[in-house]
Design a protein around this ligand. Sequence first.
Ligand code: KG4
Ligand code: ZN
Length: 327
Amino acid sequence: MILSIESSCDDSAIAITDIKTKKLLFHKKISQEVEHSIYGGVVPELAARLHAEALPRILQQVKEYFPKLKAVAVTSTPGLAVTLVEGVTMAKAIAVALDIPLIGVNHLIGHIYSLFIEKETQFPLTCLLVSGGHTQVMEVKSLTEIETVAKSMDDSFGESFDKVAKMMGLGYPGGPLIQELAKDGDRLRHNFTVPLHQSPLIAFSYSGLKNAVRLAVVKADADKSQYKDIAASFEHIATKHLTMKLKKYFKTIRPKTFAIVGGASANLYLRGQIEELLKPHNAELILSELKYCSDNAAMIGRVGVEMYEKEMFSSLEELDIAPRSIL
Ligand code: KG4
Ligand code: ZN
């Protein structure tokens, strides 16, 4: 069995996965949404302290599996340095204490493998990752053959929902809150410009749309009855930006299997619009179960199983969390 740990942002999670059957034997996640909500976003230092409290509490519940563990897998990049280090330090301690190998998992690959929890893999696929930290399209052939073909030049899709929710004083995370508010709104009420619509680039950008929404919120002058139309128009344009760029990309490749992963892949309007886009291509859409769209340790364990089989282990020194350099 493999023990896996996730602490790249604001979710503390631990899972136990059976290597042979890929069955998920245990999974527990403690989210910090309530604690960060009053700040309208994740406060890294607070997140780190909450991981330090939550991770050992979950670990206590999996002690019975310790004698059967063959490796410990942990998210090692990308993420907030101060929170990653909490999970990585715990993983190193377990690896040393039980004398088992350490596996450093890339969080983005984890999101891709959220599609295959308790399942066999299905490659090749074209994958749209929409999370709080990333918006990118990847061509995935295998665990080690992943090519990023388009990405955001500034904010991410999920992050733009968080920021719009913050502007409206709704709380955090913004995705589900905006989705709920947008349900009864008029998607065409505000004619926001679709980002990069005149650019031939297959890339994403959300900072301009975010500012256009900010102006609409200011204009509403705290009249909250107008927020649902702003939320609906924002969700519509944010999604249209993705589908327009994907449509352009599909002129160069013919997607056979398409996947959407990451926390924002839970967005129902996005799911519906992508389904429509794929129809003329007769492509299959695969999605993670809703509970595994956002950060979790089950996806890290699923990658851990693949890496264990390929003996992709790391030494204690190799799993080093360095703050991101700006140079
Ligand atoms: O993958 P994830 O849990 O964490 C990162 O790796 O970033 O994604 C979290 C992001 C947040 O920005 C959150 O607002 C967004 O996913 N999100 C959504 C929805 N549910 C979560 N965005 C849009 N619509 C949703 N229903
Ligand atoms: Zn994530």
